[in-house]
Design a protein around this ligand. Structure first.
Ligand code: NAP
Length: 299
């Protein structure tokens, strides 16, 4: 339980509603900022404007998945207003107050360095990334179905990268009956791909390996699906780039060559906002509980 803990949830989207539900269930005291347009009233949570928050009383602050803008504003789909998140506010908090975000940016990095409060980027954690790989892979299946006129079963799929997303995507497409090969650069990854019953190849051989594929799914956050790679693909190949913006594909050249290429970021929030919210809520509640125990001297 999180009884006695005061948490401010500032802005966000549908995923944050799962966080609110979970923390109320665990008996935390919640201050909600940026939820004024949300019709639902949560028992045990108070909707406030940012200037009404008692920062000195807070044990934790939860920002949305995207944190803030580069100008230090928090976006929220439940209010017409962007909410400022400033050094002045954070300096009012107790030393133990921890700030949680999905991902960081230059503004937040600089701000958190200046105020010296504990700062957690949830999406950098392995557990969150692995849980998130499940809705991401389902989203990739959805995109492939929407953009092809052939079944996944029996199609030749190249997955690039065997990280947390690549592994789940490769498994999912193989489970649907696709002939999956996976490109990686580390020998232990090539060994793991073999162990998974899939076909490994070194990314150095990418140009050769794409000559006979129907679908290419990139998870490598670097520019690897270059014009010379795309030039070798059959014209009907569908490229789905899951790597974070700007992706790892030469989209300009793909369009010029008539190869369909889709950048598909943020799939968990699109295909399964409830699950994506529960993933964040579960990990957050564990981290908040650990924080509370530590402060009580039980950690
Ligand atoms: P990860 O676990 O770090 O895996 C990245 C993979 O890319 C690893 O296999 C890594 O291999 C490889 N790689 C990195 N740099 C490379 C390079 N220069 N050349 C060749 N291979 C390279 O990351 P992840 O969690 O799987 O996430 C992958 C991407 O998907 C990220 O950009 C992430 O933000 C994004 N993502 C997208 C969605 C979505 O909805 N589309 C959802 C979640 C995450 P090494 O181990 O050899 O470096």
């Amino acid at each position: 339980m999180l009884t006695g803990m005061h948490v401010a949830i500032i802005g966000g989207d549908a995923r944050q509603l799962e966080v609110i539900r979970k923390l109320i269930e665990l008996d935390a005291k919640l201050s909600l900022v940026g939820f004024d347009q949300l019709a639902h009233q949560f028992m045990g949570a108070t909707k406030l404007r940012i200037d009404e928050v008692d920062f000195a009383d807070l044990d934790a602050i939860i920002l949305p998945v995207h944190g803030t803008t580069l100008e230090g504003k928090v976006n929220t789909v439940f209010s017409h207003e962007q909410i400022p998140f400033t050094e002045e506010m954070l300096l009012k908090t107790a030393k133990h107050c921890t700030v949680y975000t999905g991902i960081s940016n230059r503004y937040l990095d600089d701000l958190m360095k200046a105020v010296g409060r504990k700062y957690v980027q949830l999406f950098e954690r392995d557990d969150v990334a692995i849980y998130n790989s499940i809705p991401t892979a389902e989203g990739a299946v959805m995109i492939v179905i929407q953009h092809t006129d052939f079944t996944i079963h029996g199609s030749r799929v190249a997955v690039l990268g065997l990280g947390r997303i690549g592994m789940t995507v490769a498994r999912t497409f193989a489970a649907l009956g696709a002939k999956v090969k996976v490109g990686a650069r580390r020998s232990e990854h090539l060994a793991r791909i073999t162990e998974m019953g899939l076909v490994p190849f070194h990314l150095n051989d990418l140009e050769k390996e794409v000559q006979d594929i129907d679908i290419c799914i990139n998870t490598v956050p670097h520019f690897i699906v270059t014009a010379s790679v795309i030039a070798k693909m059959p014209a009907h190949t569908l490229i789905v780039d899951l790597a974070s913006k700007p992706g790892g594909t030469d989209f300009r050249y793909a369009e010029k060559r008539g190869v369909k290429a889709i950048l598909a970021p943020g799939l968990p929030g699109v295909v399964a906002p409830k699950t994506a919210g529960q993933i964040i809520a579960n990990v957050l509640s564990q981290l908040l509980y650990a924080d509370l125990q530590k402060r009580k001297g039980n950690g």
